[in-house]
Design a protein around this ligand. Structure first.
Ligand code: GLY
Length: 389
């Protein structure tokens, strides 16, 4: 990502995206496809936010929680959109994304967990979702590496996964081919504001960049974008997640599907790696990997798939999910004219990235937020400090 700074020139773009994670890159791609001149800024070089750490689970059913019907509708729509999105991206970039519709198996390790899983499964059935309760024998037929003793599971065959790092590489390639300017290592220091309108930003290179619209896609950092007036900073907070990457000695991951319990999810990669995630911690911007976090993930992974003990531990990481007060993302107009929010995707950023990119491009093009993301309109929080218009 070139980080050229030109101090004398004031450059001007139709669209500026602040944040080069999955959301920002999808917004940039879709806006550019509609003919906009686009620049993407990221303070890291290469981008190093939650996208780099994410497991890439595309799991509307696995992430289903009671009382979040709007989020479910959005994640189901996003899941249906994914095969077309990755096919287009892989063709355009000539790069793979690691997308695989592998399905997911949620395991109850004891009677208490079985009671809870049955309760969740009742909700899944009431909502008509594609999930089936299976006794242990049937689970083991699907995943022979499972622990010998457990109480049953729920199979959700439509769940999928993508490798977010490969997807990022593919997005960066198509953006470069589209002529989108990518500036890494550039920190935004100040919003340029004319009356009620944001007209661009100033950067740490003391450069002024003008834009018709500024898309805030800075993930967990969106809520503390101190370059915006306080009233325009959306209510997004960091929620820490620790995650591990393992590799099987024989190149064969110990499961074919996403395998999950109440405390861990395991996502196999086509090349034999296994991602084990993730803790959920409210610790502000702390992104330390802790012995306790690693211990918990390894212990729970081993309880599901004992072969994990033989795997090489490649990497331990911590990322910051962008949480919102109601767990729904913020997609739509912000508190300044010309400011568009594309942030707050919490546990579903990779899944919702293509849908968010389409929605933001549509909003930029036609001034209307599509129905598919209406529930994410920041206006719903207009009584919450930070997004009042
Ligand atoms: N979507 C999984 C997580 O946020 O940990």
């Amino acid at each position: 990502m070139p980080a050229e700074a030109n101090l004398s020139e004031r450059r001007s773009y139709d669209v500026m995206v602040v944040g080069a994670g999955a959301i920002g890159l999808c917004c940039a791609w879709r806006a550019s496809q509609r003919g906009a001149s686009v620049v993407v800024l990221d303070r890291a070089h290469p981008p190093a936010g939650a996208t780099r750490v994410a497991a890439g689970m595309l799991a509307p059913i696995g992430e289903l929680a009671f009382g979040e019907p709007d989020l479910l509708r959005m994640t189901l729509d996003a899941g249906e959109m994914y095969p077309g999105f990755v096919a287009e991206l892989e063709t355009a970039s000539e790069l793979g994304t690691g997308y695989v519709q592998c399905g997911a198996l949620h395991i109850a390790l004891d009677r208490d967990e079985a009671a809870e899983l049955r309760r969740v499964h009742d909700l899944q059935r009431a909502l008509g979702l594609g999930a089936e309760w299976l006794p242990p024998r049937r689970c083991r037929e699907l995943e022979p590496g499972l622990t010998p003793s457990f109480n049953g599971g729920v199979h959700a065959p439509a769940e999928a996964a993508v490798d977010p790092r490969r997807m990022t590489a593919a997005l960066l390639a198509v953006l470069a081919a589209e002529g989108v300017e990518l500036r890494g290592g550039v920190e935004v220091t100040e919003a340029l504001i004319d009356g009620e309108r944001i007209t661009g930003v100033r950067t740490n290179a003391d450069e002024e960049l003008a834009a018709g619209a500024v898309v805030l896609a800075s993930g967990a950092w969106s809520g503390s974008a101190s370059w915006l007036p306080e009233s325009a900073q959306p209510p997004v907070r960091p929620v820490k997640g620790q995650i591990l990457e393992l590799r099987a000695p024989d190149g064969q991951a110990p499961c074919e599907r996403i395998v999950a319990s109440e405390r861990v999810y395991l996502v196999p990669r086509p090349d034999g790696r296994l991602i084990a995630g993730a803790t959920t911690e409210e610790r502000g911007f702390d992104s330390t990997v802790t012995a306790g976090g690693v211990h918990e993930l390894l212990r729970e992974a081993y309880r599901l798939l004992p072969d994990v003990a033989e795997m090489e531990l490649l990497e331990s990481m911590a990322g910051l999910r962008p949480g919102t007060p109601d767990n729904l993302p913020l997609i739509g107009r912000g508190a300044l004219d010309g400011l568009i929010l594309a942030c707050g995707h919490y546990r579903n950023g990779i899944l919702l990235a293509p849908l968010s990119g389409e929605a933001v491009a549509e909003l930029l093009d036609h001034g209307e937020l599509p129905e598919s993301v209406a529930a994410a309109d920041p206006e719903r929080l207009s009584l919450t400090a930070g997004v009042a218009r």
